[in-house]
Design a protein around this ligand. Structure first.
Ligand code: NAD
Length: 338
């Protein structure tokens, strides 16, 4: 197979973790080619634009992008480059796996769950408005549509089916938000009925937060609206050891962008100690998206293998190594695995 993907190295620690990630991906020898394009501060410096049209064209052409974190300059014209990319490509599904990596400071062992968050509507659809002159009254709206709900719930059930997962939990607040969350739940029930082999559980969002903290192992795939998904996916990242291990995918019908959840970490940029795992786990999601799930699992196994042995991993995981030694160790592990 030969497949070209758009690669945005990103700002801050972006280039360091991207280089490490691509070195590991190259070791898989699956014929991936890279078209390097720019966005964020790097693009601003080189071409005077935060999101150049060449970058958008590259993503549109290759339909798959691996993206390092971007620094959005304050007052730069966009509220967030990531939100802008999401809008441009209608990336409606934000998919965030939370997987325990043994040897990390996590509260639980054996967690393997995925949050599927609706990415385009809900409480984040509009900026809202200030209603009074003194600025003391503000109003925002929540938009839920049948189309938006149907496609995200269908995405979650298809993902469960593809990965042989047994249960999808629909998270809502339909008891109070009867119209918006009520519509989401109604549509979710209709979609769930088309997947009889997958158990559909309904859970109110506040209870979900408590259940996640008390017994996360009961969850498999969670699907929910934008705001609830934003909060729940960070809660799940916290359960498995935090930002350094949290990947995310933004999926649409025309394109998919894979990235680490964390930002450009300016405090450690250039020091060579950034943890490449979150971006690498995002690359694993990308491999799965490209039909290369066995290779993705090889990389995840290498991460589990290397993180357990602390010496070569980065300081945030309790190691004494750096970004390069981490990548070297992962490559050694892949070679040993054959
Ligand atoms: P951050 O995620 O960059 O950093 C938070 C803390 O986590 C810092 O102490 C940092 O050193 C540490 N950290 C993050 N990633 C790490 C890694 N891979 N290895 C080791 N330590 C790591 O959050 P921030 O400081 O609030 O944001 C910095 C910039 O990143 C801002 O400009 C923000 O807009 C941007 N940002 C971008 C994205 C994205 O592109 N997806 C996401 C979040 C923030």
């Amino acid at each position: 197979m030969s497949k070209t993907i758009a690669v945005i190295r990103g700002d801050g620690i972006g280039p360091e973790i991207m280089n490490a990630t691509l070195r590991v991906l190259d070791e898989l020898k699956v014929g991936l080619q890279y078209e390097f394009v720019e966005a964020g501060m790097a693009a601003q410096e080189h071409v005077g634009e935060l999101l150049p049209s060449a970058t958008l064209e590259s993503i549109a052409r290759h339909r798959v992008a691996l993206k390092g974190p971007l620094t959005t300059p304050i007052g730069g014209g966009f509220s967030s480059l990531n939100v802008e990319l999401r809008k441009r490509f209608d990336l409606y599904a934000n998919v965030r796996p939370a997987i325990t990596v043994p040897g990390t400071k996590a509260r639980y062992e054996g967690i393997d769950l995925i949050t599927v968050r609706e990415n385009t509507e809900g409480a984040y659809g509009s900026d809202g408005q200030v209603l009074s002159e003194d600025g003391d009254m503000a109003l925002s709206q929540i938009k839920v549509t049948r189309r938006g709900s149907e496609r995200i719930v269908r995405y979650a059930f298809d993902l469960a089916r593809r990965q042989g997962r047994k249960k999808v939990t629909v998270v809502h607040k339909a008891n109070i938000m009867k119209t918006t969350s009520g519509l989401f739940l109604k549509v979710a029930r209709e979609v769930a009925a088309q997947y009889p082999e997958i158990q559909c559980q309904e859970m109110i969002v506040d209870n979900t937060c408590m259940q996640l903290v008390m017994n996360p192992h009961q969850f498999d795939v969670i699907v929910t609206t934008n705001l609830f998904g934003d909060i729940i996916s960070d809660l799940c990242a916290g359960l498995v050891g935090g930002l350094g291990l949290a990947p995310g995918a933004n999926i649409g019908t025309e394109a998919a962008i894979f990235e680490a959840v964390h930002g450009s970490a300016p405090d450690i940029a250039g020091k060579g100690i950034a943890n490449p795992c979150a971006l690498l786990l995002a690359a694993c999601q990308m491999l799965g998206h490209l039909g290369l799930e066995p290779q993705a699992e090889r990389v995840r196994n290498a991460i589990r293998d290397v993180v357990g042995r602390k010496d070569r991993v980065t300081p945030d995981l309790g190691g004494t190594g750096n970004t390069d030694s981490f990548a070297d160790a992962l490559i050694d592990s892949l070679r040993a695995d054959g």
